[in-house]
Design a binder for this molecule. Structure first.
Ligand code: CP
Ligand code: NVA
Length: 308
């Protein structure tokens, strides 16, 4: 029996384990493009709980499991009545007695933490308000493919200090990659949060906080942004759109980064707000490759968690 592991944030793995997951992803991706799909998870079942909308996360997990010889099932909130029809511990105990792994997108991070406490199988955070570790796996895979390594790479995060940024900083710390974070006042991480994200920092890692996005992108090889209003923050929309306006990634901002800089976005994007069509559709954009890497990265994670 494999020891029970969860991935609620990247703090649940150590640096070597993170590197192993990414190497597995690279190996499985290379096989996939040779037309080889080893059934490494033959007969295993992944349950997927979604309390929020998703395209990439759901499809990448479902397709990934099928390619690996396993299966998956979607459990929507309104069908299982998590916390309403049935308590979180009861759902967790029962579901984990029937499936091999559970991927959970929750409104509140605490819900996934509570769920994992009662699960007898690995629980993967498929996004919460606090973290998006699966996205960070795909992001780092994309960076590695683009630049060959994390040495001499600076990523600049422009916009909200949100769930995606939190996991990205954690991944950069663990893999020794430089990151600049540019967020307006009131939407920045606290020093306690940063301390927690960087607990496993490795040589080569550096985090610089620069409020002015024009300063922040200088010398960067990857410019990364996300929506200004995340799922669950809809009531703050008006105020957020005004505050983040100077943080739009447009052609002018891209021109201040390195000439060969790439553009990243976890998607979905609100075109015309955090990014212009001109940038997201440009030759510098890697958003489709990044989205595709969600599947390859999560296959690495699933194999690491579940392979006999
Ligand atoms: N990036 C991401 O998690 O996309 P979805 O919300 O579509 O799953
Ligand atoms: N920050 C966004 C990411 C979506 C993939 C959100 O939480 O809505």
């Amino acid at each position: 029996m494999k020891p029970l592991r969860h991935l609620l944030t990247l703090a649940d793995v150590d640096v070597e384990e993170l590197k192993t997951i990414l190497s597995l992803a690279e190996e499985i991706k290379a096989d996939f493009f040779k037309g080889v799909r080893p059934k490494r998870l033959d007969g295993k079942v992944l349950g997927l709980i979604f309390e929020k909308m998703s395209l990439r996360t759901r499809v990448s997990f479902e397709a990934g499991m099928t390619h690996l010889g396993g299966g998956s099932m979607l459990l929507e909130e309104q069908h299982i009545g998590l916390g309403k029809r049935e308590s979180i511990p009861d759902v967790s105990r029962v579901l984990s007695s029937m499936v091999d792994c559970i991927s959970f997108r929750a409104k509140k991070h605490e819900t996934v933490q509570e769920f994992a406490k009662y699960s007898s199988v690995p629980v993967i955070n498929a996004l919460t308000d606090k973290a998006h570790p699966c996205q960070a796996l795909a992001d780092m895979l994309t960076i590695k493919e683009e630049f060959g390594s994390f040495d001499d790479v600076t990523i600049t995060w422009v916009g909200d200090s949100n769930n995606v940024a939190a996991s990205l900083i954690e991944a950069c710390a663990m893999l020794g990659c430089k990151i600049v974070v540019s967020s307006p006042k009131g939407y920045q991480f606290t020093s306690e949060e940063i301390e927690a994200f960087t607990a496993q920092r490795q040589p080569g890692f550096e985090l610089v906080l620069i409020e002015d996005p024009r300063e922040a992108v200088r010398g960067s090889r990857a410019i990364y942004t996300d929506v200004w209003v995340s799922m669950g923050q809809e009531s703050e929309e008006k105020e957020r759109l005004a505050v983040f306006k100077p943080y739009q990634v447009n052609a002018e901002l891209m021109s201040l980064a390195r000439k060969d800089a790439i553009f990243l976005h976890c998607l979905p994007a609100r075109r015309g707000l955090e990014v212009t069509d001109e940038v997201i559709d440009s030759a510098q954009s890697r958003v489709v490759e990044e989205a595709a890497n969600r599947m390859h990265a999560q296959k690495g994670l699933l194999v690491w968690l579940l392979e006999d």
